[in-house]
Design a protein around this ligand. Sequence first.
Ligand SMILES: [Zn+2]
Length: 112
Amino acid sequence: MPIYEYRCNQCDREFSELFLNRKKVNKIRCKFCNSRDLTKILSSFSVHQTEESRLASFNTSKKRGDDFYKDSRNIGLWAKKRMREMGVDLGPKMDEIVERGRTGKILDDYNK
Ligand SMILES: [Zn+2]
């Protein structure tokens, strides 16, 4: 049985759908918000998705749920995208800050 992965264009969440024989692809809806505005993605692509493509598909105007921030890869993404939208390029320094945020090392600075 094939399993397809989708990203919802409304709430930006990803989910996988297992297709049984009679189930039709066009009946698929987002498991979270019931939207039909979905983009089909390949499993391997979602796992190995580059930061660039995550940034490109990232919409800062949408509200994020707790689930979003539980994914450590998403931490710092918002800030980075906003910076770019505002035309600010902090370059490697921004990457460093984001990386520290992701690894939790940023907390070290507060504990000193
Ligand atoms: Zn959705």
